[in-house]
Design a protein around this ligand. Structure first.
Ligand code: G6P
Length: 609
């Protein structure tokens, strides 16, 4: 999604801004731009549709400026184009604004501005901010920005520069993340810590309705209604090598291969083998409440995190016997969800910034729920706004299609299920058995990743197909959904996930020799039922690609292609079955020449509704 970088200091802003933009590429974007104050103290703006390379090519060599703002845009209002790219300027080209978020009342503001004689040049909601600042400018950029922001409704993270006051940057936040860093007399701001790290050791995450002036004199932060704010800087714990590809052709592949380590990182420090239990310090303050009072749990999330939530539902109901409901965050926020004092709400999110998930969290809190996070990005908005929760420690995930964060979320959900289960009916023996098997999982994933050539050959065979069907039951139903999502996200091949038995209520009509059907048919309690579903597909000439359990010869006879996962206990199966499906989608996308890490139209972190 859109990204912001801003710099003011002793060094040349231009290469620093470009470097920052490149670090934000993973969020997904369709155009980029920068604004800076040139040597004549004039505002200069360069912006281009497409990749950052296009912007770099448009920047004359040898440019120097001490101050600038930059942006990667992901279109919401107005098509991707040079003109609609940020930064946006006022009528006189003296004020430039970059913006993340959505201004909901921009049409009314635009009409007002047009009546006042402003010339609006683009179809974006952002441009009205530049004109509103111009309209309110009476010799003080901070005040003019403050007044403009008091008029706009919606979400924003913004950075503003102006040739009228060429030695300051104004930044402000409401609902769209912005972090600030300082290092001697160098000041940075960005919508994502990854754009800043390496330049400073600590960060301040702005809060909603805060506005900051960066200048050579330092940082001056206040709330929009002018109350001074003392920023609390946090040390950045971020290993730069983790946002580089380390020899892999794509971040997605690197992240798929990181999964054995990620599983260990999610578990680390949380195992209590002696008691067949887990320790979750993040939930400690609510332990008694979970033990005595909780009788219903709601999970809410988006995308891949929603699929992880479906697995959490199976896990918690099976191991802890507590009823669980799973809801898309975008639906939850607009319903009237029934929540009482014994309902726990869990929000699951990789980024911790997804707008719908954040809104669902706030809605649940408004209704009096205790809200817990299963989150990857430390210090993210959702991590800060939840009452408590656990981090999954997957590390930075750069590929837009989520892989390692998904496995980490399932492991996190399993830990919570064991934790809640051991407070109820889950025996010591069962708890211990799950933990012992969980600890064996990283080695099993390593083994499974060695099957990559076989999986690549299957992808080669089917890469030109227009459709795929993914079928599974029980724990493997959400995996069918996730496998299909991976395929469509990065290879643009249409793929549908279904509970295997539901096939006969519709999708079976699609089956012929041109329809590859991916069955997740592991040796678990419903194995025989899934085999029956495979027979139904074979009887109609469907092509079956099966994910099965090592040693299952029957499956090899039935299916056209089989990838085996190592044996494990039922509750761990989804962590293994998803891996061949991630690899299959990856290879299909590579073989079709798709942009694996930045698929078209998608954003890593969807910070708008
Ligand atoms: C976007 C990403 C998905 C992700 C979803 C939810 O659509 O492309 O990969 O699953 O947002 O994101 P979250 O950060 O809340 O897990």
């Amino acid at each position: 999604m859109c990204g912001i970088v801003a710099y003011l200091g002793k060094n040349n802003a231009i290469p620093l801004l470009i470097k920052g933009l490149k670090r934000l590429e993973y969020r997904g974007y369709d155009s980029t731009g920068i604004a800076f104050i040139d040597k004549y103290k004039k505002l200069a703006v360069i912006k281009k549709k497409g990749k950052i390379k296009n912007l770099e090519n448009a920047i004359p060599e040898g440019l120097f400026s001490n101050i600038g703002i930059a942006h990667t845009r992901w279109a919401t209002h107005g098509e991707p184009s040079d003109i609609n790219a940020h930064p946006h300027t006022d009528c006189k080209g003296e004020i430039a604004v970059v913006h993340n978020g959505i201004i909901e009342n921009f049409r009314a503001i635009r009409d007002f501005l047009v009546n006042k004689g402003h010339k609006i040049k683009t179809d974006t909601d952002t441009e009205v901010i530049a004109h509103l600042i111009e309209e309110n400018y009476r010799g003080d950029l901070l005040e003019a920005t403050r007044m403009a922001l008091n008029i706009v409704e919606g979400t924003y993270g913004i950075a503003v520069i102006s040739s009228k006051e060429p030695d300051k940057i104004i930044i402000a936040r409401n609902g769209s993340p912005l972090a600030i860093a300082q290092n001697n007399n160098n000041y940075f701001a960005a919508s994502d810590a990854s754009a800043i790290i390496g330049n400073s050791e600590s960060l301040y995450y702005m809060k909603d309705k805060e506005i900051c002036v960066m200048s050579k004199e330092g940082l001056n932060i206040t709330t929009l209604d002018n109350t001074p704010v003392t920023p609390e800087f946090q040390k950045i714990e971020f290993d730069l090598s983790r946002i580089e590809k380390n020899g892999f052709p794509h971040f997605m592949l690197k992240e798929i291969y990181e999964q054995p380590e990620v599983v260990m990182n999610t578990i680390r420090g949380r195992i209590d083998m002696e008691n067949g239990d887990v320790r979750l310090n993040g939930l400690k303050n609510y332990e008694e409440w979970f033990r005595r009072d909780v009788n219903r749990i709601i999970f809410t999330a988006c995308g891949t995190s929603w699929h992880a939530s479906l697995i959490a539902e199976y896990l918690i109901e099976k191991l802890a016997g507590i009823p669980v409901e799973v809801e898309y965050a975008s639906e939850f926020r607009y319903r009237n969800p029934i929540i009482d004092k014994n309902t726990a709400v869990f929000v699951v999110t990789q980024s911790g910034e997804t707008a719908d998930t954040l809104a669902a969290l706030r809605e649940a809190k408004k209704k009096g729920a205790n809200v817990f996070g299963i989150c990857n990005v430390v210090g993210s908005t959702i991590a800060r706004e939840t009452d408590a929760g656990i981090y999954v420690h997957a590390g930075p995930e750069i590929g837009v299609a989520s892989t390692k964060a998904f496995t980490a979320q399932i492991v996190g959900a399993l830990l919570i299920a064991v934790y809640l289960g051991r407070m109820r009916n889950l025996s010591y023996e069962e708890g211990k058995n799950i933990i012992e098997n969980l600890l064996k999982l990283p080695a099993k994933i390593e083994g499974l990743l060695k099957e990559h050539d076989k999986i690549k050959k299957i992808a080669e065979k089917f890469k030109d197909n227009k459709n795929f069907l993914y079928l599974g039951r029980g724990f493997n139903f959400p995996i069918a959904l996730e496998g299909a999502l991976k395929m469509k996200e990065i290879s643009y091949i249409h793929a549908e996930g279904y509970p295997a038995a539901e096939m006969k209520h519709g999708p079976i009509a699609l089956i012929d020799e041109n329809m590859p059907v991916v069955f997740i048919a592991t040796k678990d309690s419903i194995y025989k039922k899934v085999i029956n579903n495979i027979e139904e597909v074979k009887a109609r000439n469907g092509n079956v690609i099966a994910i099965g359990t090592k040693g299952d010869k029957k499956l090899a006879k039935l299916a056209n292609y089989v990838v085996y996962i190592p044996k494990t206990i039922d509750v761990l199966i989804p962590i293994l079955t998803v891996i061949p499906l991630q690899l299959m989608a990856y290879y299909a996308a590579v073989l079709n020449g798709c942009d694996v890490d930045q698929p078209r139209n998608l954003a890593k972190s969807v910070t708008v509704e």
